[in-house]
Design a protein around this ligand. Structure first.
Ligand SMILES: Cc1cc2nc3c(=O)[nH]c(=O)nc-3n(C[C@H](O)[C@H](O)[C@H](O)COP(=O)(O)O)c2cc1C
Length: 430
């Protein structure tokens, strides 16, 4: 096992880069000398040496401006294929994969880790509480050339958090997270990042959040944190409730930007459209991650990412064209692993493509019937898409919906008092 050392490991956006777009937000304390050239080049050089060069010419690092969140049972290969047909530039996260799954399935890894090269830039999220398995899992994942490895410290699911220290519960053991991140970094050449909440149960003060960030970044090469800006409640409420009941505290997120100018932070939680993404970036966020809105309403949400966030041309594909391409993909993967995936698995992300459009209700009912007998994606589309008017199938993405422009305006007045590091910590982690 290699030793992690103290090099900067962080992700970067390759095209129409925020590196180039947002240099004014870059604190002078981050400089090129902090970048580990091999780590940065490794992710892209095989795919596109020009992109890698562009990153090095920029000489500065920023996390992706926009990413789609990891979501279990949602951001699988099928969803990511659809998302990539809509946006070229969004970074896509996998569902969380337990380190143990990777280790125990090492002879069957394609099923869990393979993806089409079109899906770059793509991040593998792993979860776990065993350093040896995290190390092995990271090493095994290297063969699949993910662009970043992210460690889950935010999942409140009892299935995860209840099994010892795993998911959001890990926020209570920052020393372990620091060790885990060192071990992960030591076994990969790509950037490593942490996704976490702003607190857990009663450990929800701003200072405790800062202690976590401080310790993890001091003990490991982690320089980029994705902050789901609400705390996790580990006892009693469901994972879904844990994504709505604890209030969002964006002021904690922006406090981190002020108190850790050498680190990079992506904001997550409750952001629903490109207007709000741009508002968060304007308020200083280094990156924005969206989960549910990108899954439940992918066309208007992702359809504007390339132009409104990256300043790049849109793909220009209509939904009919997207579905034609998706059908080719879908029929090529059906029953690849025994009975799986079924038509229903492959169609699942498509079911949200006509959200609130004319014909959507009828289409869903036709889909339910078609699932009973269709054995190919082609036949499924032939049978069901007649419910969607041509005007919907052939229209370009409409103007983006207006966002809640007040979302971040009050933040400067709400910021928590600056982080005060205890003397004990100062000594321990100096
Ligand atoms: C169905 C579902 C599954 C999720 N699975 C994961 C996961 O595997 N790993 C993770 O870090 N977060 C997971 N999350 C949380 C999201 O990544 C994100 O932090 C959360 O939904 C808040 O962002 P949003 O308000 O934009 O949806 C999941 C969320 C949903 C809705």
């Amino acid at each position: 096992m290699k030793f992690a050392g103290c090099s900067l490991t962080a992700s970067f956006t390759p095209i129409y880069s925020n590196i180039l777009k947002n240099t004014s937000r870059l604190p002078s304390t981050i400089s090129r000398r902090n970048l580990t050239k091999s780590k940065i080049l490794s992710a892209y050089s095989q795919k596109d040496p020009l992109l890698a060069d562009a990153v090095m010419v920029a000489g500065r690092y920023f996390p992706p401006l926009f990413s789609v969140a990891p979501m279990m049972d949602c951001t699988d290969n099928h969803y990511r294929t659809l998302a990539r047909l809509i946006t070229k530039h969004a970074w896509l996260y996998t569902e969380m994969l337990a380190a143990e799954t990777i280790v125990y399935q090492k002879d069957n890894l394609d099923r869990f880790l393979s993806y089409s090269p079109d899906q770059h830039p793509i991040v593998l999220q792993i979860g776990g509480n065993n350093l040896e398995n995290l190390a092995k899992a990271t090493e095994l994942a290297n063969a699949y050339h993910y662009d970043e490895i992210n460690f889950n410290c935010g999942c409140p699911s009892p299935k995860v958090a209840g099994h010892g220290c795993f998911g959001a519960r890990l926020m209570l053991d920052s020393k372990f997270v620091g060790e885990a991140m060192s071990v992960i970094a030591a076994n990969t050449d790509v950037p490593v990042t942490v996704k976490c909440r702003i607190g857990v149960d009663d450990h929800d003060s701003y200072n405790e959040l800062c202690d976590f960030i401080y310790k993890v970044s001091s003990l490991s090469p982690t320089r980029h944190f994705i902050i789901h800006s609400r705390k996790a409640l580990l006892n009693g409420i469901s994972p879904a409730e844990n994504r709505s009941i604890p209030p969002l505290k964006y002021e904690y997120f922006y406090g981190l930007l002020r108190d850790f100018p050498d680190l990079r932070f992506t904001i997550n939680g409750g952001i629903t459209c490109v207007d709000e993404v741009n508002a968060a970036l304007t308020a200083g966020a280094h990156g924005v991650m969206i989960g549910r809105a990108a899954y439940n309403n992918p066309w208007p949400m992702l359809g504007h990412v390339d132009s409104a966030i990256y300043g790049a041309p849109r793909s220009g594909l209509t939904r009919r064209q997207i579905l034609e391409k998706y059908q080719v993909y879908g029929d090529s993967v059906l029953r690849k692993y025994g009975e799986k995936p079924h038509v229903r698995d492959v169609v699942k992300p498509i079911l949200h493509l006509f959200h609130a459009e004319p014909g959507n209700g009828v289409w869903k009912r036709k889909a339910d019937a078609a699932f009973q007998h269709c054995t190919s994606i082609k036949s499924f589309f032939e049978e069901t898409l007649v419910a969607i008017p041509d005007s919907v199938l052939d229209s370009p993405v409409a103007e983006p919906p207006a966002g809640r422009d007040h979302l971040f305006t009050d933040i400067p007045n709400l910021l928590p008092p600056p982080y005060e590091m205890g003397a004990e910590q100062e000594l321990q982690y100096a």
